[in-house]
Design a binder for this molecule. Structure first.
Ligand code: CTP
Length: 215
């Protein structure tokens, strides 16, 4: 399980981040542990601590590149990846010899950004029979089309599609879209994040077991 934002350094003092709270990701980790499965939570900065559990390993990352390293290290020993982390799309370019701290006295400046690789697309290249589930946060009117595009380009087995309004909210109105074209919706949405988290875990376990049976 990955949760929370990435922080990409501008210099040694500042960073570019995003508003992800990681709450849903941590709720999913709790739901997994409560069902007695082993879970590794890759947790971003400023993301609430999970409740300790003998089933849960909590590892920290700050940047997309640190998250990528952790993913490659731990994915081979796991069955299901749920990627809720809000990974940066761009990070400041920091050439060799860049100042450790940008100073106001140096006057106006612009920050050059470079694209961050798509971590899910990268992990799909690793030979592994596991089940990969992504997240898509999209404006409501573009939700289905955007989630479907991400499902395909990231070679996912399923994607949790959330309208943008989910961000910072206590409740969620998400759907789970599968690579075979089926879409599932939790009952009585919008529902509280921990209830939705448990529903996602149940669906993820079901999907993984079905995939393993069919191969
Ligand atoms: N993701 C990723 N690597 C990135 C960016 C996103 O693995 N560099 C993952 C997220 O963790 C999420 C899924 O891809 O599970 C969708 O993320 P999102 O930010 O919605 O999509 P993007 O790939 O960034 O596409 P776009 O910028 O067009 O929305």
């Amino acid at each position: 399980m990955t949760a929370g934002p990435t922080w990409e350094p501008v210099d040694e003092v500042r960073f570019l981040g995003n508003r992800s709270s990681g709450r849903l990701g941590v709720a999913i980790a709790h739901a997994v542990a409560a069902r007695g499965h082993r879970i590794t939570l890759l947790r971003g900065p400023a993301t609430a601590e999970p409740t300790p559990s003998p089933h849960l390993t909590d590892l920290r990352f700050q940047t997309a590149s640190e998250l990528d390293d952790l993913l490659h290290r731990h994915w081979p020993s796991h069955d299901v990846l749920v990627m809720a982390a809000a990974v940066a799309d761009f990070r400041p370019k920091r050439p060799e010899g860049a100042p450790r701290k940008l100073r106001r006295s140096d006057g106006p400046r612009s920050i050059e950004l470079e694209p961050v690789p798509d971590l899910l697309a990268g992990i799909a290249e690793v030979p592994h029979a596991g089940t990969r589930i992504g997240f898509a946060l999209e404006p409501a009117e573009e939700l289905a089309a955007g989630a479907l595009r991400k499902l395909e380009t990231k070679r996912l087995h399923a994607i949790v599609a959330n309208p943008l309004e989910t961000m910072d909210a206590d409740r969620i109105d998400g759907t789970l879209m599968h690579a075979d074209g089926t879409t599932l919706r939790a009952d009585r949405t919008p529902i509280e994040k921990p209830v939705f988290a448990d529903w996602v875990v149940e669906r993820a376990v079901e999907l993984h077991r079905r995939r393993i049976r069919e191969t």
